[in-house]
Design a protein around this ligand. Structure first.
Ligand SMILES: Cc1ncc(COP(=O)(O)O)c(C=O)c1O
Length: 369
């Protein structure tokens, strides 16, 4: 028992790695994207499973995440997916982190921050259509030549990132891929060779087979969600995070009683209202007010009234038989009922990435096998 918990299903994580493996060529490696605490799923619980499954290549958002991952005992390759930041460049050499470099300025600063005799592995990052980071494709070979002259840098990778790979019909994805492949060809024609060539995120992995190259970078799909909702059911992916809490209290009210702040819900008839110890302080966004359901004792009930910081209320009706202490599922399944992060995301006007990463630090992550 207990209060609110995120139950991390390690078998689901294993299943998802295997599902991704079946989708890519045998020689293509998986870079597990483990940034933002494994998209809210807990690096502590997930990374050991990923390593067990044979992953030795990880992507993090910044050098602090990289440092923590290295210090947790990960020996393999750690690539920082965000740009090297002024003032943070020493960390790459100190913790054996690999950098995505977009231009000569970044390369020069990274080299300057790295002691002579030490070496940092770098991937050229090319902007093929995100307008976020990356060199212009026309400048790619020039940046590579500049980096080759810096003894502290060792060029190991060539990378980019998709903007629309979750939209199977969007022609922009194939345009990006064509720019990527043409730029890669110019680099190899100029004599450059790369250990890792990568641009496929989950959308690329599942929707764009030609984008796999030598490394793929799944994030969302590792944690059980296909980036294209209409393809979720047939994907074989299983959500890793279940969000559970327990009924704290059940009170009977007459019709016409307002529930919670702002009086945004009124009981329609005599009914029982349960309180659950979960709220926006746990990551259950307030914009989900009056749009959320919960599974208790095999049935689905509406969460009613404004979501509070630490509590929500549930309209049970009169015949539920629900008692304090009963398990309540906000993400997960009971019997024939299932709620996944897509349902919450659609209700909140966001994406499952945000639902999962939003589950706050105060919610304990508990492993389940
Ligand atoms: C550079 C980069 N690669 C890969 C990923 C993983 O993407 P996804 O979670 O869609 O698989 C991300 C996530 O945002 C990213 O920023």
């Amino acid at each position: 028992m207990g209060g609110t918990q995120a139950i991390i299903d390690r078998n689901a994580l294993r299943n998802n790695v295997r599902c991704i493996r079946r989708t890519i060529p045998p020689a293509t490696r998986i870079m597990g994207v483990v940034k933002a605490n494994c998209y809210g799923h807990s690096t502590r619980l997930c990374v050991p499973v990923l390593r067990d499954e044979g992953l030795d290549l990880f992507g993090v958002a910044n050098v602090e995440e990289g440092r923590q991952l290295r210090q947790s005992g990960v020996e393999g390759t750690i690539v920082v997916l965000g740009p090297p930041l002024p003032g943070m460049m020493e960390a790459y050499g100190q913790h054996r982190l690999e950098a995505l470099v977009s231009n000569a300025r970044m390369a020069a600063q990274l080299a300057e921050a790295t002691p002579i005799g030490a070496s940092v592995n770098v991937h050229l990052f090319v902007d093929t259509g995100m307008a976020r980071n990356g060199s212009h494709p026309d400048d790619a070979v020039e940046v590579l030549r500049f980096m080759r002259e810096l003894p502290q840098l060792s060029i190991v990778g060539f990378a980019s990132h998709f903007a629309t790979s979750d939209e199977p019909e969007n022609p922009f994805t194939l345009q990006q891929l064509a720019i990527f492949d043409a730029t890669l060809r110019r680099a190899t024609d100029a004599g450059f060779r790369f250990r890792d060539v990568h641009l496929a995120n989950s959308g690329g992995i599942f929707n764009v087979p030609d984008s796999h190259h030598s490394v793929v970078r799944p994030g969302l799909s590792l944690y059980g969600y296909h980036p294209t909702e209409s393809r979720q059911a047939s994907s074989g992916l299983v959500p890793v995070m279940n969000l559970h809490t327990h009924v704290a209290n059940v009170t009977r009210f007459p019709a016409g009683v307002s529930v919670s702040y702002g009086r945004r819900y009124f009981t329609r008839q005599e009914t029982e209202i349960a309180t659950l110890p979960i709220g926006y302080g746990d990551g259950l966004m307030r914009t989900l007010t009056n749009k959320l359901n919960v599974l208790i004792a095999g049935s689905r009930f509406p969460v009613v009234g404004t979501i509070c910081m630490d509590e929500v209320m549930v309209d049970l009706g009169l015949d539920s038989g629900v008692h304090p202490g009963e398990k309540a599922v906000l993400i997960g399944a009971i019997g024939n009922h299932q709620i996944d992060a897509y349902q919450l995301a659609n209700a909140a006007g966001t994406i499952p990435y945000e639902i999962c990463t939003n589950i706050s630090a105060r919610v304990p992550r508990i492993a389940a096998d």
